[in-house]
Design a protein around this ligand. Structure first.
Ligand code: GLP
Length: 245
């Protein structure tokens, strides 16, 4: 695991964007795994800038998103579909046929999850998976206690995650109780992982992820087992790390 500590959010985002851009230039038809949340917003801004100013070409890229709330239609302004189009896809030349985001409105959820896994495999697997992290160590919506071998499935959100995400909804009650999420095993199958975190609220989770024992109670700790994982954190998120990096 490679750990980079950056001065701030902006530097974290730029470094992450360089890694993504390098892959897109080297392999124009690569498969990218995208994440939602406030953490990757700076990275997405930088990718948009690179597309406009440096001609970074996404036309052949295939994308898979990590997760989606159950019960929110794609046009709902808190759905992860909406988030991705609003914050990235509408501003780059991605081919909409190559974009995949879990369908929170799927009628047969199990069949959808199976289809999503197959689709990832048929695309040749994910070349680079971007991850944020929850303050409780969740990745995607794999909450503490999730099987470290899990595949795409429906998960119940914990009270802490619903509280953390309540800021985006009008009332806390509107936060969905369930989500579809790639499993920890699905994420670990990606050829490369890029985990980002910023701010003091992530410091404990980052310390567990980089230096703690591997445990399903902090799902992100499994990233220690990945052969090609890079963690980019700002100083505040790195503040509880004990080792020197
Ligand atoms: C959500 C998402 C995760 C994300 C996490 C952290 O629960 N499902 O993929 O990493 O929140 O969000 P933020 O980046 O806003 O702190």
């Amino acid at each position: 695991m490679l750990v980079h500590i950056t001065e701030n959010f902006e530097e974290m985002s730029k470094l992450a964007a360089q890694i993504v851009a390098e892959l897109v230039r080297k392999k124009p038809d690569c498969v990218l795994g995208f994440a939602t949340g406030s953490t990757p917003l700076g990275l997405y801004k930088e990718l948009i800038r690179m597309h406009h100013k440096e001609g970074l070409d996404f036309s052949k890229v295939t994308t898979f998103n990590l997760d989606e709330y159950v019960g929110l239609p794609p046009e709902h302004n808190q759905s992860y579909h909406y988030f991705m189009w609003e914050n990235l896809f509408n501003h780059i030349n991605v081919d909409r046929r190559f974009v995949h985001i879990p369908m929170g409105m799927a009628k047969d959820i199990d069949a959808f999850c199976e289809w999503y896994e197959e689709k990832i495999q048929k695309a040749g697997g994910i070349d680079l998976q971007i991850l944020g992290i929850g303050a409780n160590g969740h990745i995607a919506f794999n909450e503490p206690g999730s099987s470290l071998g899990s595949r795409t499935r429906i998960k119940t959100l914990t009270g802490t995650t619903r509280e953390a995400n309540a800021r985006f909804f009008q009332t806390p009650d509107e936060v969905p109780r369930y989500a579809l999420t790639m499993g920890v095993g699905t994420i670990m199958d990606a050829k490369e992982i890029l985990l980002l975190a910023n701010g003091e609220s992530k410091a404990e989770a980052i310390a567990a992820t980089c230096e703690g024992p591997i445990t399903a109670m902090w799902p992100a700790t499994i990233v220690q087992m990945h052969r090609l994982a890079t963690v980019i954190v700002d100083k505040a998120a790195a503040s509880k790390l004990k080792m020197k990096y």
